[in-house]
Design a binder for this molecule. Structure first.
Ligand SMILES: [Fe+2]
Ligand SMILES: [Fe+2]
Length: 227
């Protein structure tokens, strides 16, 4: 990922900030302790890479790409204090740390995107928010499973579905106006139905976000078009 100061100056500021790094590491440990999937640096990097890919593909400008990188990299930092309120906390923390360093108009967009990425009251008011929701909610991967014990993985539906997902791609068609999440699921680990059991809400967030951007959200699992 490019973090060139000239291209993405705000993102560069965030990546160099020790507080952000510390809270990301702590969020990893807290969510691991809660037996959740990985919510640390790797998730932050996956979501920022994917968010940047979407932003570039749909033609958002460099400034918006920069804000998208910042919000997607920091969206889960609030987890080290509270899972339930992590989206609000993360947003407030960013204000506290960067209020003197980032223009308030840009910081407001970032804060809205972080506060908005989770929970039912999602309200899309900016493309930056919409891109982050798609990137975050589409992060289902075997690598996110922290549990090593095969029996325990089988006993937990979130671990099972993530562990079963061996391929995860996002495909964007400007001509067809579609954003497609293409997954390969090992059905020996879990049936495709289980994906929907836990991810219907997330897919709905992706659909609403894609529509906000003027796109149709599509889901393909094991070469079957399901949405
Ligand atoms: Fe989150
Ligand atoms: Fe997340």
């Amino acid at each position: 990922m490019k973090s060139d100061k000239n291209i993405f100056p705000i993102f560069n500021l965030i990546k160099e900030n020790d507080i952000i790094g510390t809270w990301l590491r702590n969020s990893y440990f807290v969510t691991k302790e809660m037996s959740l999937t990985e919510h640390g640096l790797k998730h932050a990097e996956f979501v920022s890479n994917r968010a940047l890919e979407i932003a570039k593909s749909i033609g958002l400008n460099a400034k918006h790409q920069d804000l998208i990188l910042v919000a997607s990299y920091t969206h889960d930092i609030g987890n080290f204090l509270s899972r339930t309120y992590h989206h609000y906390l993360g947003s407030m923390f960013l204000f506290e740390i960067f209020k003197e360093k980032i223009d308030i108009k840009d910081l407001t967009i970032i804060m809205q995107a972080v506060a908005n990425h989770d929970k039912e009251e999602m309200k899309l008011v900016h493309p930056v928010s919409a891109v982050i929701v798609i990137a975050d909610k589409s992060d289902v991967r075997r690598e996110r499973v922290l549990e090593k014990d095969g029996q325990k993985i089988q006993a937990d539906i979130h671990d099972r579905v993530n562990y079963a997902t061996i391929e995860n791609k996002i495909l964007i068609s400007i001509d067809k106006k579609t954003i497609t999440l293409k997954l390969k699921i090992d059905t020996k680990v879990c049936p495709i139905m289980e994906y929907f059991e836990i991810f219907t809400t997330r897919m709905n967030y992706c659909r609403l976000s894609a529509e906000y951007l003027g796109y149709h959200f599509s889901l393909i699992i094991n070469n079957f078009k399901l949405l």
